[in-house]
Every structure is written in structure tokens, then in C-alpha cells.
Design a protein around this ligand. Sequence first.
Ligand code: ACO
Length: 334
Amino acid sequence: MNNTKTGIAIIGCGSAAPKNKLTNQHLSQIVDTSDDWITSRTGMKNRCIADKNESLTQLSTTAARNALEMAGMAANEVDLIILATSTPDDLFGSASKVQHLLGATKAAAFDLTAACSGFVFALITAAQYIRTGMYRNVVVIGADVLSRWVDWSDRTTCVLFGDGAGAIVCQRTTESDRLLAGALYNDGSQHGSLNLPYESESKLLVEHITTQGGNYRPIIMKGRDIYRFTVGKVPEAIEKAMFQAGLTSEDIDWLLLHQANQRIMDAVAKRLKLPSEKVLSKIAYYGNTSAASIPLTLDAAVREGKVKPGDTIAASGFGAGLTWSSAIFRWGQF
Ligand code: ACO
């Protein structure tokens, strides 16, 4: 992906999740569902749900702080923070507040929205800033609090989503580039498959001039359509990235997909001829945390000692937009 001497290394990760756990049993008290249906269709058992004292900004800051600690980097060494989220605390963006709470006084910071692909979109964006020489140390955060936007009476969506944040620290290196390949994809023609839409209500201001009062409506999703789309597009994107990196499935240590459904992860692994032991999954514990799911899962696997420095990881995010993405990278300081 990069022929120059400047590459990126991913040298720390961290995560944060709300304290309250919502189980399948809890959900069966809210809507007409069962542990058996949710487990067999999705692999989910639990999700963490933010209460009113747990903001997106706080979760993101904690995840970033943990990642910086692992990287051995002080907050004032950070040049840029990219916060991938669809659920900012403030529509003007939450990254600036994270910058302040983190004490990253020299860092520029902005939000990036690409739904469940947000983390991989942000990682590849971070790499561009590092490779051009503009920035040296970049913190990439994926965080979402989708529980705010779920219709808790809709069993087809409310059982799927949880809240959380994950972060990584990327650093410029003059040794080999650890981001081996990756690409970003969109198909806006399928935008209507998954939405959290704004619905305006026309309000007369003066004479013929009206404004758009209104609010966002809860999440609506055509689950089956996205499922089919994903099991076709994600393996293709990873295969292309492996080709670009000069790798085959045998060179991949771990498959790290957006945690939307265990059946999607298993189907993608099968298509790529990767054994199930190589699939990193925390879906049973966290559910679908949107932009947070990839870094949350990475952080858990690193801290459990599963993923080791030098391991090669094939990652892919996918979701609303529709968006999808691939990134193949070597983890850690080695
Ligand atoms: N409990 C019990 N029954 C249910 C539930 C539930 N929670 N939800 C749906 N059902 C019923 C349906 O009503 C339907 O009943 P019917 O056959 O009588 O009509 C039946 O179960 C089957 O429904 P399907 O929608 O076909 O179920 P499916 O096996 O497709 O699973 C799921 C649904 C889990 C949503 C799956 O389609 C999926 O994972 N899709 C992909 C989601 C995804 O990847 N989203 C992108 C990322 S998210 C983001 O970007 C924010």
C-alpha cells in the first residue's frame, strides 16, 4: 500500500464499556423474543447499555486513555484524534471534548461518520495523515451509544445493539509499514436498508418561510438484505486486500470483523477458508456496538494474550450507508 519509507505502526489499544449489562433474559421481558432466538440468530447474550451519566465522550476518553497507557505515550504527544461515531453527544462533534478531557492539548480532533465501518474508515484516514508526514501520533477511536436511538418496542432491532468505545494509537515508523493493505467502499443506492433518519416538521417562521423542526427517528433496518449484502461484499473486500498485500489466507492470524452477527463472521471465515479459531469475537458479551466493535474486540483479544505483537489481522467494517471496508495490519510493538 505504501512504497515510501514512512509507514504506520499500531502500538496501543484500549476500550471502555458502560457498567449496566442487558441480557437476552432482560430483553424477553421487554419484547416478544427469547434467549434461544437471539443466541441462535446472532450469537449475542449480553450488551452494555449507557445510563444518563455515561456519555459517548466519557467512554471515548477512557478508551483513548487506556490505549495511550499501553502505547507508553503521553496525551500531549498526540497530534490528531479521529473519533468515528454516528452518535455524538453533540451534533457539532464530540472529538474536541475528548481532546480536552484527554489533555491532548496539541492535538487536532474531528468526528468521522461511517456507521459500523467508521473505525476502519478512520484507521485508513489516520494512515494518510501519517504517511504524508503531516502527523506523527494519531489516536483513532470508534465509539457509539446506539441504545439512545433504538426503538425498544421493535424486536427486530432492539436485541442487537449495545454501547461502548475502543481506541488505538497509530505512530509513524520508518521501519516496515504495518498497515499492509486496505480499502473503503460505499453503495449509496442501498442507503434505505439501514437508517437513523431525521424527520422534519415544517414550521412557519414568517410569511412563506418555514423551518424544519423535528427529530431523529429510531433505527430502522432491513436485516435480511444487509445480511446478504455483507456475506457477499466482505469476503471479496478482504480477498482484494490480501492480494494487494501479497498474502493468502494462511498468512492471516486473525479475522476481526464488525460484530453484527456471529453467523456473518462464520460465513465470511468459511468463504476465506479461515478456521473458526481464527475469528475474534466478543459479540456474545457486547452485541453490536457499531463503530466501537472492532477496536473493543481487538483490545479484549490483546489483553487476554490471544493477539500477540507481530500477528497479522484482517479486519472489515460494514453497515449503514451502505459502507464496507478492509484493512490488513500487523499488530503491536515488535
Ligand atoms: N425475537 C424473535 N423473533 C424475531 C426477532 C426477535 N428478536 N426478530 C425478528 N424475529 C422474527 C421475524 O419477525 C421473522 O418472523 P416471520 O418469519 O414470522 O416473519 C423471523 O424472526 C425471521 O426474521 P429474519 O429477519 O429473517 O431473521 P434473520 O435470521 O435474518 O435475523 C438479523 C435477523 C439478526 C437482523 C440478521 O438479518 C442480521 O444480522 N442482519 C445483518 C445486520 C447487519 O449486519 N447490520 C449492519 C451493521 S449495523 C450498523 O451499521 C449500525
